[in-house]
Design a binder for this molecule. Structure first.
Ligand SMILES: Cc1cc2nc3c(=O)[nH]c(=O)nc-3n(C[C@H](O)[C@H](O)[C@H](O)COP(=O)(O)OP(=O)(O)OC[C@H]3O[C@@H](n4cnc5c(N)ncnc54)[C@H](O)[C@@H]3O)c2cc1C
Length: 777
């Protein structure tokens, strides 16, 4: 028999491979690590969990890591708008480590590999494993050497720690699909991060974005910060395709990250990874085992990757050592089950994160400190501690806790605190006299400012100046690149300068942050387009609308009693602007609303004011058994009919033409759920009461009325409240003359008057909406 060159060959010198090599070497086994790349090399996965400290210590690598002075990671802060849940590892149940590190992986992985090499383990860098053949006694591993030649190494055992390389899963056909959808991530390192101070500096931030997407902020001790976004491809598709612009726009559209990263500069072009979730059919065979990302990778949200990589690497090394010693080992019990205990605990957390159960727990009005400390211990990576119920039965425990948290949010104080806090935006006069006088001039010139901004945006000038980045453009260069004549462009650019869209240095224009948002911010775009295409001319007669209670400005668009009768006959660009505006706000809330509405498992749902049928479509996709009735003005139903036909759902949808302003027209009765989204704001308070009464009659015996509304007093910030307060005047001048974006108290009063009781309410669903679940009182 040919002698083997090594006891164990490890593929990959990442955290899994390094920890495994250190352990095997300490146990006296000849170990060779084969690593495809040259170190240091960049890899993502920079936030560790406290459990890694135990593992590093056990294999003698902790001192080398501690010597690097990486920043202490002291916890994790989850944010959703103004809501915060702060986990400090000092408060975790049990006696786990109270801190760990955020690490630039190039430096961290090299530190581990160098330390292992210094112990006497041979690491073959720039050697890629291309083939592995197993005989009864050993494995033959074929390597591609740096000079292009081949080399074979025979080993008694092969440990695959090749991470995303997934060498053995590919060669031995062990790949299995992940149970998670294909998400993607876009990330970079930045400077200019305005960090919190003290112990909070070292906490990772996880900020919830819309549509299930989220953002990480991970600070490093070298002054740089890792930032990244994770989401579905549809989420990213809504932003510019250029990675730098895309990442910046996403970060600037979330209030927490926008504030913290306002001055950021990227260190390298943002990188993208698609479809990182993966799985395998088995974790071991007679002469091999898989560890780390070569096994299963779930999702980055809880920073579990490196911890699971080290834990599995160490465990695989220990079981391998016992096998090489001639002991009988049970790989399934000693390795497979052990690794899956940790993976499955994190799986429960990841699943609960994306189906909104975990955010419900995180942002509940009342949180039990004892329970939160047990969850904190799980999040610290102690996912093998079965004394912790949020580990031993994580899935069940999290589901039960989410239910309790939802029920607790029924307590009036759950929303009252938000309401009173946001109302305080308007309690004091915070402007200095000088600022107030400046602001007054901006208002005096508001129509000029508005039109200048719009034309600079639509004529491509803002885009042009942005592309010139810090070099900027001279007026003559802009003239040659755009269609406006020199005079027109000159006055516009000078107006834009005064507005603050540009900076001017040495006769060259560069774009300011304001210019950037004017160009790229989706909310600014939809607001500006609807004001220009629908409201601008009609607002000239606002005073007449206010005195008559009629939408006098509507005549600038057509001859209809209210806007809704005319919507389907508007010129295409105006119709497009109105729907983009309407959908921008509602679409963000739909994914978050679905689990709330379907928690009661309704079989029949009536969507009152169904508009283009977008909500109905989401319901039909969400629940294969639900039947929908769309109720709307007969002419409006053409939009939703077209949507259903296009998507092949006609057989599960009924259409009900109804004018809700006609008190004599009832709604069809017997529904498990009735849904009204951004609908009641189209009516006066008296009309709302009448509509709610008819909805109450149309509810089935245990039916529930779900209302999604935008209340200006329940917004996360003053600007969001401002947008809604100004939108009210669109209703006055154009839509109907008598409705508005309401204060929450107005609607709660109408509900009580209509004999409906509020069972649950939640603010900032999506981002700006409040959801109310009601029943007949
Ligand atoms: C977007 C994103 C964010 C993440 N954030 C975090 C986080 O904050 N915290 C965290 O703990 N985890 C995070 N992760 C997960 C983390 O990246 C991995 O779990 C971790 O790097 C796995 O370590 P490993 O040792 O298994 O593999 P790796 O670190 O990938 O190391 C594998 C090594 O194998 C080498 N290799 C590959 N193929 C071959 C071959 N054919 N021959 C020889 N060598 C080969 C590679 O060059 C590499 O050096 C994140 C993942 C993603 C996708």
């Amino acid at each position: 028999m040919k002698p083997t060159e090594t006891d164990v060959l490890i593929i990959g010198a990442g955290p899994a491979g390094a920890v495994a090599a250190a352990s095997l070497h300490r146990d006296g086994y000849r170990t060779i690590v084969v690593e495809k790349q040259h170190f240091p090399r960049f890899v993502i996965g920079e936030s560790l969990l406290p459990r890694t400290m135990d593992l590093l210590k056990e294999v003698g690598l902790l001192d080398a890591v501690e010597a690097k002075n990486f920043i202490h990671k002291t916890g994790a802060v989850f944010r959703r708008g103004k809501e915060i849940c702060d986990f400090d590892f000092a408060n975790q149940a049990g006696d786990g480590w109270k801190y760990t590190y955020h690490v630039p992986r190039a430096e961290f992985d090299k530190t581990l590999a160098d330390t292992v090499e210094a112990l006497g383990v041979e690491i073959l860098y720039c050697h890629g494993v291309s083939e592995v053949n197993f005989t009864d006694e050993h494995a033959e591993v074929a390597l591609d050497q740096p000079d292009g030649s081949k080399r074979n190494i025979s080993a008694k055992f092969v440990l695959d720690c090749s991470g995303y390389g997934r060498v053995l899963p590919r060669l031995l056909d062990l790949e299995a699909p992940s149970s998670y959808p294909v998400r993607e991530s876009l990330f970079t390192h930045v400077t200019g991060d305005k960090r919190p101070t003290g112990r909070d500096e070292g906490k990772i931030w996880i900020c919830m974005q819309k549509d299930g997407a989220w953002i990480w902020i991970i600070p490093f001790s070298n002054g740089k910060t890792s930032v990244g976004v994770v989401g579905m491809p549809e989420f990213f598709a809504k932003y510019p395709s250029d990675p730098e612009a895309q990442l910046r726009e996403i970060l600037m559209s979330e209030p927490n990250t926008a504030e913290r990263l306002a001055d950021m500069q990227t260190v390298f072009l943002p990188q993208r990874i698609k479809g990182f979730a993966c799985s395998v059919k088995k974790l071991f065979g007679p002469q091999f085992a898989l560890a780390g990302n070569a096994t299963e990778f779930l999702d980055p949200v809880f920073s579990s990757g490196v911890t699971l990589a080290m834990e599995s690497g160490l465990r695989a090394a220990q079981v391998t050592a016992r096998q090489l010693r001639g002991e009988v080992v049970n790989w399934q019990a000693d390795y497979g089950d052990y690794v899956m205990q940790g993976v499955n605990t994190f799986r429960a957390y990841v699943t609960a994160w994306y189906d909104d159960k975990f955010p419900t727990i995180l942002f509940a009005a009342q949180r039990n400190p004892g329970v939160m400390s047990q969850i904190c211990s799980g999040l610290a990576g102690y996912v093998w501690n079965k004394a912790n119920p949020y580990v031993a039965q994580a899935d069940r425990a999290l589901r039960a806790l989410a239910t309790i948290s939802t029920t607790a949010s029924r307590a009036p104080q759950a929303t009252a605190s938000v309401a009173s806090e946001t109302e305080n935006f308007f309690a004091t006069d915070e402007q200095s006299a000088f600022d107030a006088k400046c602001e007054a001039q901006r208002i005096a010139f508001a129509p000029v400012v508005f039109q200048t901004c719009r034309i600079l945006r639509d004529s491509g000038v803002l885009e042009l100046v942005q592309k010139s980045s810090e070099h900027g453009l001279a007026l003559a260069e802009i003239v040659t690149a755009c269609t406006l004549p020199r005079y027109g462009l000159k006055v516009l650019m000078e107006s834009g300068l005064g507005i603050g869209l540009f900076c001017l240095n040495r006769d060259r224009f560069t774009l300011t942050k304001l210019g950037y948002f004017m160009l790229r911010d989706p909310m600014t775009r939809v607001n500006m387009d609807v004001i220009h295409d629908i409201c601008y001319r009609g607002l000239f007669d606002l005073d007449k609308s206010l005195t008559t209670g009629k939408p006098v400005g509507l005549k600038t668009l057509g001859d209809w009693p209210t806007f809704y009768e005319g919507l389907s006959a508007l010129p295409p660009h105006a119709q497009q602007s109105w729907f983009a505006f309407d959908h921008y706000y509602s679409d963000q809330a739909f994914p978050a609303a679905l689990p709330l509405v379907f928690a009661d498992k309704p079989k029949t749902l009536m969507d009152v004011g169904g508009n283009t049928g977008r909500w109905a479509l989401q319901c039909l996709k969400h629940d294969a058994d639900v039947r929908i009735t769309i109720a709307d003005l007969p002419r409006q139903l053409d939009f939703s009919r077209a949507t259903m036909k296009q998507n092949g759902y006609e057989s599960r949808v009924d259409f009900c033409g109804v004018d809700m302003l006609d008190e004599k027209q009832p709604l069809p009765a017997g529904h498990d759920a009735i849904w009204m989204s951004q609908f009641l704001d189209c009516f006066s308070e008296a009309q709302i009461v009448s509509i709610l009464r008819r909805a109450s009659v149309a509810l089935g015996e245990n039916g529930r009325l779900h209302i999604m509304e935008l209340f200006w007093d329940r917004q996360p910030n003053k600007t969001a409240a401002f947008c809604l307060q100004q939108t009210s005047l669109y209703f006055t001048a154009i839509a109907n003359g008598n409705s508005q974006m309401y204060h929450s108290k107005d609607l709660l009063r109408c509900l009580a008057e209509a004999g409906l009781e509020v069972l649950e309410q939640r603010d900032q669903v999506g981002q700006f909406h409040t959801w109310l679940k009601c029943k007949r009182a």
